[in-house]
Design a protein around this ligand. Structure first.
Ligand code: NAP
Length: 295
């Protein structure tokens, strides 16, 4: 993609992503192509910031008047201390993945919430009646649960390896929404029990992520054609779980769709204009097809 009018000059505003590790993030290439295509004078860079450097980094960003930034592992929760305010999505999840500089005030958002729900809404209109199983209870699972509850979904079961973390998630969500999710252990025996009544299965664990591409959190024989199978893992483009679900004709949602949607939502917050989602998606698919990237 060529954009002849795009150049970096003394008016260029910085937007970035901070995390550790950060070297394999697809956000710089996705956001820079989006800025270029819209002729916006922004540049997006990635910074490897360790936990002990977070405070200094945020102070530096304020002095430099950066336009905004993304936040990824391990800072999604610890960043909150350094922000001036949080919007509802950040409060609902207790985590921030996007910060906007609003006239010198740093405001935290969680665009994973919108990023998760948009691909689901493209497939179905009756989310509120669906029975959903979420695998995992980490940061991404929080965004998934919060997004589902925002859409009116009340029947959510979390299957987790560490029950205490799932309990923390459920307690947090209950305090915010008055909705109580169920919890069980993420083992085959429990999966086969709860999956019988499920309409939607969401993998919010890294199981199946590169390089473990032959792993899946759900045995093939438990996936039924009437299910929606959503794997938020985006590398590889088609995980084993997605391939297995396709093989039984289930509806599938691959994780790159969430990646693009959360990036598009961040773009909209920083720029105030409609994101070029088609370009962002093309860039992400191109990069992921270039080989299974270690990340
Ligand atoms: P996280 O905060 O580290 O949480 C990971 C969760 O998965 C935890 O509940 C963890 O359990 C569980 N888990 C990890 N390995 C497991 C295993 N082998 N068996 C069972 N459970 C396991 O990570 P996250 O930020 O939630 O991210 C989870 C995945 O989602 C990653 O692959 C990430 O790349 C992907 N993601 C995708 C998008 C997107 O836009 N598509 C956005 C965010 C995240 P314990 O608590 O027991 O450790």
């Amino acid at each position: 993609m060529q954009y002849l009018n795009w150049k970096i000059n003394s008016s260029t505003r910085l937007i970035c992503v901070i995390g550790s590790p950060i070297e394999h993030s697809l956000s710089p290439i996705m956001q820079n192509e989006a800025f270029k295509s819209k002729g916006l004078n922004y540049v997006y860079l990635a910074f490897n910031i360790k936990p002990n450097g977070l405070k200094a980094a945020i102070e530096g960003f304020k002095v430099m008047n950066v336009k905004g930034f993304n936040v990824t592992i391990p800072h999604k929760v610890s960043i909150i201390t350094y922000l001036d305010s949080l919007d509802e999505t950040a409060l609902d999840t207790g985590a921030v993945n996007t910060v906007v500089n609003d006239n010198g005030r740093f405001i935290g958002y969680n665009t994973d919430v919108k990023g998760f729900i948009e691909p689901l809404k493209r497939r179905i209109s009756n989310i509120q009646t669906m029975k959903v199983i979420i695998l995992g209870s980490g940061g991404a699972a929080r965004a998934c649960v919060s997004a589902l509850i925002r859409e009116g979904c009340k029947n959510i079961t979390i299957l987790a390896r560490t029950i205490s973390k799932a309990e923390d998630l459920v307690t947090y969500i209950y305090k915010r929404t008055n909705i109580k999710c169920s919890i069980d252990l993420l083992i085959d025996e429990k999966i086969s029990k709860v999956i019988k009544n499920a309409d939607i299965i969401v993998n919010a664990t890294p199981i199946g992520m590169y390089p473990n591409i032959n792993e899946s959190p759900i045995p093939l024989n438990l996936i039924k054609p009437n299910m929606i199978v959503y794997d938020i893992v985006y590398n590889p483009l088609k995980t084993k779980l997605i391939k297995d679900a396709e093989a039984v004709n289930a509806i599938t949602i691959p994780g790159y769709e969430m990646l693009v949607e959360q990036g598009a939502a961040s773009f909209r917050l920083w720029t105030g204009i409609e994101p070029p989602k088609d370009i962002m998606e093309r860039v992400v698919i191109r990069e992921l097809k270039g080989g299974e990237i270690e990340r």
